[in-house]
Design a protein around this ligand. Structure first.
Ligand SMILES: [Zn+2]
Length: 328
C-alpha cells in the first residue's frame, strides 16, 4: 500500500464522515421548506451587469429547462450523450438557461425579451423577481425589444389574465415576425408543433395594442441599438447590436440553444427552427463574424449570464464566457 493511497483513503473516510454529519440536517431542512428532499434552497438573485460603452447591460435569468436529444432531429441519442459527456453534462439532459437582457443608459430602460412564464413551466417565470432584485420595476421599462415570439421569450409580457405586465413599455418587433404568428393568412405556414405559439403571440399583440411598433428593415430601434436580421429560427428572428465608444455587443437571441453541440457543429439544427436550412446558414454566418471580429455576444440560451465570445475550435466553435466585470 503506498502512502498516497493511505492518504486518499483517509481523506475519503473523513469526507464521508463529514458528509454524514452535515447533509442529514440539510436534507431535513430542505424537506421541511419545500416538501421535497432535493429542492427548496433559494439561489442568490440571478442578475449580472456588464458595461458596453455608456450602456449598462444586465443579464436577467428567467429560469431553465432541460433539452434531450429529441429536440435535435438529426442527432442520435448516442452522439448527443457523447457531446454531453464531453461537456460534463448528464448524458440525456442539457441544462439550458433562459436569459433576457436589460439595457440602461441615461434615462432609457430597455428590456430585450421577457422570458417565459410559470404557466409554461414551473422552472420559468423568474425574471420579474430578478428584475426587482436589480432595482427595476415593470413600470420603469420604457421599451421592450423582441428577438422573436416563442413562448420562452414573450411569456413574461402578459400576466395570467392576458394583461400587459409592463404598463408603460412600447413593444418593438420585426413586422414579419409579428405577422407570422398573429396574421391568420400565415397560419398554414406554421409547423404543427408550434401552433401553440399563435395563442401566446395573439395575447401579447392584444395586450400591447396601441403601443406596438413593428419595423421592417434593419433599423436603429433606439439610439445606439440596431436591429440585425438573423432569420431562420423564426421568420423574423432578430438580434440587437449595441455599440457605444469602442464596445460592441450583439444580443443574438436564439442563434444556438445547446452550445456544446451547435457551436461545435453549427450544422445541427433544433426542432424549434421554423426554417432549419436558413437557421443553419444564419448560425454559420454569425459565428464566423463573432469569431473574426472578436465581438462580445449575449445569448438567451447561453449559460447564464450568457455573455461571452466565440472562439474557433477545430472545425467548429466554442463559447468562452466573459469574465465577471467587478468594476462598473
Ligand atoms: Zn428560445
Amino acid at each position: 500500500m503506498t502512502t498516497m493511497s493511505i492518504n486518499r483513503r483517509h481523506l475519503l473516510a473523513v469526507a464521508a464522515a463529514a458528509g454524514a454529519a452535515s447533509t442529514l440536517p440539510l436534507r431535513a431542512a430542505r424537506a421541511q421548506a419545500s416538501g421535497s428532499a432535493t429542492t427548496g434552497l433559494a439561489q442568490a438573485p440571478a442578475f449580472r451587469r456588464f458595461t458596453v460603452g455608456d450602456w449598462v447591460v444586465t443579464a436577467l435569468a428567467d429560469g431553465g429547462m432541460t433539452f434531450n436529444s429529441g429536440v435535435l432531429p438529426e442527432m442520435s441519442e448516442a452522439d448527443f450523450a457523447e457531446a454531453m459527456e464531453k461537456a460534463f453534462h448528464p448524458p440525456a439532459a442539457y441544462p439550458a438557461t433562459i436569459n433576457a437582457f436589460l439595457l440602461q443608459s441615461g434615462d432609457r430602460t430597455i428590456l430585450v425579451d421577457t422570458g417565459g412564464s410559470k404557466q409554461m413551466a414551473p422552472t420559468l417565470g423568474n425574471l420579474p423577481a430578478n428584475l426587482a432584485a436589480a432595482g427595476v420595476a415593470p413600470g420603469d421599462v420604457d421599451t421592450i425589444l423582441l428577438t422573436h415570439m416563442h413562448g420562452d421569450h414573450i411569456g413574461g409580457l402578459a400576466d395570467a389574465s392576458g394583461a400587459a405586465a409592463y404598463p408603460n413599455a412600447e413593444l418593438v418587433i420585426r413586422a414579419r415576425e409579428l405577422a407570422f404568428w398573429t396574421d391568420p393568412a400565415e397560419a398554414s405556414k406554421i409547423p404543427e408543433r408550434q401552433r401553440g405559439t399563435v395563442a401566446a403571440a395573439t395575447t401579447v399583440a392584444n395586450a400591447y395594442e396601441g403601443r406596438l411598433t413593428p419595423f421592417e428593415e434593419d433599423v436603429t430601434v433606439v439610439d445606439g441599438v440596431d436591429a440585425v436580421a438573423l432569420y431562420g429560427h423564426t421568420p423574423g428572428h432578430t438580434g440587437y447590436r449595441i455599440a457605444s465608444g469602442d464596445d460592441t455587443l450583439l444580443i443574438w437571441g436564439d442563434i444556438a440553444h445547446i452550445a456544446p453541440v451547435q457551436l461545435a457543429d453549427p450544422g445541427i439544427y433544433i426542432g424549434f427552427d421554423v426554417t432549419p436550412e436558413e437557421a443553419v446558414a444564419t448560425r454559420r454566418r454569425v459565428l464566423d463574424m463573432a469569431a473574426s471580429e472578436r465581438m462580445m455576444v449575449a445569448g438567451m440560451h447561453m449559460p447564464f449570464p450568457g455573455f461571452g465570445h466565440v472562439a474557433r475550435d477545430g472545425e467548429g466553435y466554442a463559447f468562452v464566457p466573459a469574465p465577471w466585470q467587478h468594476t462598473l
